[in-house]
Design a binder for this molecule. Structure first.
Ligand code: UDP
Length: 381
């Protein structure tokens, strides 16, 4: 073997393919789960409905290179993902946009406020709610307050256990107020789902004569990371090729400085013997319930069926207990400082590369992750 990749999610799979294909490396991919694809993994449930086992994943990008690269491994079910929030008896478009404005304030007041927003920010602008709240105009502040109270406050409390103003502003900035009539959740040029699902796309990415995948294999069953010698041992022998690690970096070093905080999720799947549950791919519960959102998979994947499966997401603080999965890094200065200590340990092993949401302690989207994996792999050529 010339290179080892730990993890077969988007980071690991893209890096492995790139090294095998562009550099002729023989790449060993070690995956602790029984399947490839990391948290993008999808499969048919007992009723034949294609579900995302680890929560809804929707591809969107404006990066031409990433789009072209992934398009070698899948065709796309191109659709503009839309989300609504349940507020009382109403379903309102999220991100909050000019349609939402008119629904909430009525046509007459809505059109006055629309003019104000366009004047203040320009048509098509995407304004984070925390920025909107700082605008001096009281009527704009009133809109900001509505958005804050009805879309962000309770959802964010559920998702992060903290108020919007106490978490990294980039997080709530992912879902800005949009000064347009576009109801789509994402603003990117390309958006959709792999036509046959994510798992077949990962199978094709990893299907290369240079790649060997071992699922159900804990990396540390076969690898030793020795800080003393600054080396990696593969089954007892020094391994000098690149080792890309995409798991949680604290666990790689036995949490020696204490655990890095992550948010986790419990997914409750429900199946209904009727064709439709909620008429939308995703409904966010922004003012009620203990779950954050309900995804109805048929509307994401375009699958036709007489019955339907949904999933509810219940966030909680990751503890590292067996069976828990870390999904989101909780980015703040204190956690970043702890992360840096682990990254410095990683730096002692010269051929070790940390890549991905968990290993880099970052909030990557699929496309940004693919771009980063390609860049990292190419730097190893
Ligand atoms: N958010 C919110 N209400 C919403 C949608 C999003 O408060 O209706 C906030 C929340 O803090 C969430 C963040 O915006 O964690 C980012 O949302 P996104 O949908 O991008 O989260 P993901 O799908 O990555 O979990």
């Amino acid at each position: 073997m010339d290179a080892i990749v730990i993890g077969s999610g988007i980071a690991g799979a893209v890096a492995a393919r790139c090294m095998a294909e562009e550099q002729g490396k023989r790449v060993l991919v070690l995956e602790k789960k029984e399947h490839i694809g990391g948290n993008c993994y999808d499969e048919k449930d007992a009723h034949g409905i294609l579900i995302h086992k680890y929560g809804p994943h929707i591809f969107h990008t404006s990066d031409e290179e990433v789009y072209a690269w992934l398009s070698r491994f899948t065709r796309w079910y191109a659709f503009g993902h839309e989300v609504v929030a349940r507020v009382g008896n109403e379903l309102i478009p999220v991100p909050f946009n000019l349609n939402t404005l008119r629904q909430v304030y009525g046509e007459e007041k809505g059109s006055v406020l629309e003019r104000k927003l366009v004047e203040a920010f320009g048509e098509g602008a995407r304004v984070p709610v925390l920025k909107l709240r700082q605008h001096p105009d009281p009527e704009i502040q009133d809109i900001a307050e509505y958005v804050y109270q009805n879309i962000f406050l309770r959802y964010t409390m559920k998702q992060w256990g903290q108020k919007p103003e106490d978490i990294d502003p980039a997080v709530t900035g992912r879902v800005p107020v949009v000064i347009s009539y576009d109801n789509r959740y994402f603003g990117d040029k390309y958006q959709g789902m792999p036509l046959d699902g994510f798992t077949p796309m990962f199978e094709k990415i990893l299907d290369h004569p240079g790649i060997t995948v071992k699922t159900g294999t804990e990396a540390r069953e076969v690898l030793d990371f020795s800080l003393e010698n600054g080396s990696v041992l593969l089954e007892g022998e020094a391994f000098r090729g690149p080792v890309i690690y995409t798991g949680p970096v604290d666990e790689l070093f036995d949490n020696c400085y204490g655990r890095l905080p992550y948010r986790s999720l419990r997914f409750d799947f429900e199946h209904y013997d009727r064709p439709d549950y909620q008429g939308h791919s995703v409904v966010n519960y922004t003012v009620s319930e203990d779950f954050t959102r309900i995804t109805e998979f048929k509307y994401l994947t375009g699958q036709q069926a007489p019955d339907t499966t949904i999933v509810k997401e219940y966030p909680f603080a990751y503890t590292g207990a067996d069976g828990e999965i870390p999904y989101y890094a909780i980015q703040n200065p204190e956690n970043q400082a702890l992360y840096e200590r682990y990254a410095a340990l990683g730096g002692k092993i010269k051929n070790l590369y940390l890549l991905g949401r968990l290993a880099e302690y970052k909030y990557y989207n699929i496309d940004a992750m693919a771009a980063r994996a390609l860049k990292t792999a190419r730097s190893l050529g």
